[in-house]
Ligand binder design. Structure first.
Ligand SMILES: NC(=O)c1ccc[n+]([C@@H]2O[C@H](COP(=O)([O-])OP(=O)(O)OC[C@H]3O[C@@H](n4cnc5c(N)ncnc54)[C@H](OP(=O)(O)O)[C@@H]3O)[C@@H](O)[C@H]2O)c1
Length: 250
C-alpha cells in the first residue's frame, strides 16, 4: 500500500508507539490524525508537531465516537488507515489482592470494547475508497497468556480473534485487516511491567513504528516484530505447553 496522501487515524497517539507511528506515517507522506484524552498532552503534540492533527477522544466515552466520525468525514470525506493502538495494562496476581472490578472493566473497555466500537463507527469511511486498512495492535500474550497480566492477555486475545473474524467479514471488500504483535517496547506501558520483564531488552517506539509502517506498505496481514515475538508465535503453535511454562517463569 502506498502511503502518500493517505488519511491515517491513530488512537492513543500522544505518546509511546502511537506518537512514533504518527511521525513515521507522516514521513511517508500520509496525513495523520492522532487521538488522545489528555488535552494538555494533545496540545503539546500539536505544538511540537504542527503537521500532525489532534482530536480529543476518550475511548471510555462512546458518545465521542460519532464526533470523531463527523470530524474525519467533514475534513477528508474518507479514511484510509485506522490504527487501533490505545490500550492500558495492569499487572498483578489475580488470586491475591490485585484487580478491582473497576480495573477489570477499564482494561476490557479500553482494550476490547473501544477498538471494536471505533472500527464499527469508522468502517463506512474506510469502505469504498480504494484500498484501506484497519490495523489492530495486539501482543504476543494474545497467543500465550501471562499469569502476571491475566486481563491484559485476555483482552489482546479477544482483539486478535476480532481481527481474524473481521478480516473474514471484509474479505470481499476494499478493507484489509492487519494485526501487529510488537515485542517489548520502551514506553510508559512497559515501565509498569512486573519482575524480570521490565529488565528485558526492549526496542524503541521509533523502531517499532518503522516495522509496522513497513509491514503495512508490504500489505502484510500479520506483522510479528522481532525474533522474540516470532519465536513465541511459532512456539505457541508447535510447543504450546513448554513455551507457556517458560514464559510464565518470568
Ligand atoms: N510497549 C510494549 O512493549 C507493547 C508490546 C506489545 C503491544 N503493545 C501495544 O501497543 C499499543 C501502544 O502501547 P504503548 O506501549 O505505546 O502504550 P503507552 O505508552 O502506555 O500509550 C498508551 C496510549 O493509549 C492512550 N489511552 C489509554 N487509555 C485511553 C483512553 N481511555 N482514551 C484515550 N486514549 C487512551 C494513552 O493516552 P493517555 O496519555 O491519555 O493515557 C496513550 O496515548 C497498545 O495497544 C499496547 O497494548 C505494547
Amino acid at each position: 500500500m502506498k502511503l502518500k496522501d493517505k488519511i491515517v487515524l491513530i488512537t492513543g497517539g500522544n505518546r509511546g508507539i502511537g506518537l512514533a507511528l504518527a511521525h513515521c506515517f507522516y514521513d511517508n507522506g500520509a496525513i495523520v490524525i492522532v487521538t488522545g484524552r489528555n488535552e494538555e498532552h494533545l496540545d503539546t503534540v500539536y505544538e511540537d508537531n504542527p503537521e500532525i492533527q489532534t482530536h480529543y477522544l476518550d475511548l471510555l466515552d462512546p458518545s465521542c465516537y460519532q464526533n470523531l466520525f463527523d470530524n474525519v468525514k467533514s475534513r477528508y470525506g474518507k479514511l484510509d488507515i485506522l490504527v487501533n493502538n490505545a490500550a492500558v495494562l495492569f499487572s498483578g496476581d489475580f488470586t491475591k489482592n490485585a484487580y478491582t472490578y473497576e480495573q477489570i472493566s477499564l482494561e476490557i473497555s479500553t482494550n476490547v470494547s473501544a477498538p471494536i466500537s471505533i472500527t464499527k463507527t469508522m468502517l463506512p469511511l474506510l469502505e469504498g475508497n480504494g484500498m484501506s486498512t484497519v490495523c489492530n495492535i495486539t501482543s504476543a500474550v494474545a497467543n500465550l497468556p501471562m499469569k502476571s497480566l491475566p486481563i491484559y492477555s485476555a483482552t489482546k486475545a479477544a482483539l486478535r480473534s476480532f481481527s481474524i473474524s473481521l478480516r473474514e467479514s471484509l474479505s470481499d471488500s476494499n478493507v484489509r485487516v492487519v494485526e501487529v504483535q510488537p515485542p517489548l517496547v520502551a514506553t510508559n506501558m512497559t515501565s509498569s511491567l512486573p519482575g524480570k520483564a521490565r529488565d528485558m531488552k526492549m526496542i524503541s517506539p521509533d523502531e517499532c513504528a518503522q516495522e509496522i509502517v513497513n509491514g503495512i506498505k508490504r500489505d502484510k496481514e500479520l506483522i510479528l516484530i522481532g525474533n522474540s515475538t516470532k519465536s513465541l508465535f511459532w512456539g505457541s503453535k508447535f510447543f504450546p505447553k513448554l513455551i507457556l511454562r517458560n514464559l510464565n517463569k518470568m
